[in-house]
Design a protein around this ligand. Structure first.
Ligand code: FA5
Length: 345
């Protein structure tokens, strides 16, 4: 029996050493050390041995089992290590290969213009205020001196959701909300950027959804000359020091007096061309002194406080600044159009 055990050990170890893979090694383990293997068989037959032989054979059988086990484990580590090395060799990276080009995004031209305008006004001490796009009729119209049935409501054709709720037609409701929040106490110096909606037919200069940036200053002794000076600084910083501005009388129910601001045409230097429709000027915003009724409705004493407000369309400003001939380019998101603005970042 001793001889048989030794033979088994030699035979098993030889097979383990020759095993080419983990699967084969496991088969050897099962074959020699498993429940149905020859060593278990030997141990089972121990009952037939004499009392003196039993411990000797028992101890030898354990030794043989441990020797085979140890050899299997050593071989297993060896095979596993070899498998890892082989995998690593197969996965090696050629660091000399050129990288794949990455598509780099850029800011949308409207985002750029809005941020530029915001920075410009923040530099003049303004804060940014925001308000809801789904607005109450009260803030969009009534608080701005446009009671129900007022003919000037037709100037801004609206998307109504209910009788009292609509998509805001301009950013002016944010000035009404801000003034109300201040409860009749100045000063206020804000700009309000945001989306607005009108039932306008889309064409080269009109969109049913567009952006506006509203400005509002309220305080004591705020004068028309402050408005003109502010707009002059804005226009020159935005379009260049050589540009002239002019204010034309206009009408907005929430400002009195009201003006529209034109900027001298860059294309023709003010001589007249197709871009400025031969006038030498291009309109860029509406503005005026806050109507006393609007101040009073928000709780301000209009004898003590005055203010100016202005509202501009950043799309039109971006069109002028970047020479874009159709407002719809900003909303159709053709990457060939958008990519041109990445260069400037
Ligand atoms: C207003 O909306 C006033 N709330 C502006 C204002 C504010 C005046 C404060 C006085 C004091 P208006 O309807 O003109 O005004 O619009 C302002 C700007 O929005 C226009 O100058 C134009 O640049 C832009 N705009 C108007 N309608 C459209 C449209 N359908 N598509 C694109 N831009 C538009």
């Amino acid at each position: 029996m001793q001889e048989r055990l030794q033979e088994l050990q030699t035979e098993a170890i030889q097979k383990v050493d020759q095993a080419a893979g983990l699967k084969e090694l496991n088969d050897i383990r099962v074959a020699y050390l498993g429940k149905k293997g020859p060593i278990t068989e030997v141990l089972r037959g121990m009952g037939k041995l004499s009392a003196e032989e039993r411990p000797v054979i028992g101890a030898l059988a354990n030794e043989v089992r441990e020797a085979i086990s140890a050899r299997i484990e050593a071989k297993q580590s060896e095979l596993e290590e070899a498998a890892v090395q082989e995998k690593l060799a197969g996965e090696s990276i050629d660091v000399t290969l050129p990288g794949r080009p990455v598509n780099v995004g850029s800011h949308h031209p409207l985002t750029k213009i809005i941020e530029e305008i915001e920075d410009l006004f923040i530099g003049m001490g303004y804060e940014i205020a925001e308000g809801p796009e789904v607005e109450q009729d009260y803030y969009n119209f009534e608080a701005l001196n446009l009671p129900k049935g007022h003919p000037a409501r037709d100037m801004q054709d609206s998307f109504y959701i209910t009788e009292e709720i609509l998509l805001r037609t301009h950013t002016s409701p944010v000035q009404a909300r801000t003034m109300k929040k201040h409860q009749g106490k100045g000063p206020i110096k804000i700009i309000c950027p945001g989306k607005v909606y009108r039932r306008d037919n889309d064409d080269a200069t009109h969109s049913h959804q567009f952006m506006q940036i509203e400005g509002l200053v309220v305080g004591e002794n705020i004068r028309m000359s402050d408005l003109k000076g502010t707009l002059d600084v804005f226009a020159k910083k935005m379009f260049g020091q050589d540009r002239e501005i002019r204010l034309r009388p206009s009408f907005f129910p929430f400002t009195e007096p009201s003006v529209e601001m034109d900027i001298s045409c860059k294309m023709c230097g003010g001589h007249g061309c197709s871009v400025c429709k031969q006038t030498g000027w291009i309109e860029i915003l509406g503005a005026g002194m806050v109507h006393p009724n609007v101040l009073e409705m928000a709780g301000y004493d209009s004898k003590k406080y005055t203010g100016f407000a202005f509202g501009m369309g950043p799309e039109r400003i971006a069109m002028l600044k970047y020479g874009v001939d159709d407002i719809r380019h900003f909303y159709t998101n053709d990457v060939r159009f958008l990519k041109q603005f990445a260069i400037e970042e």
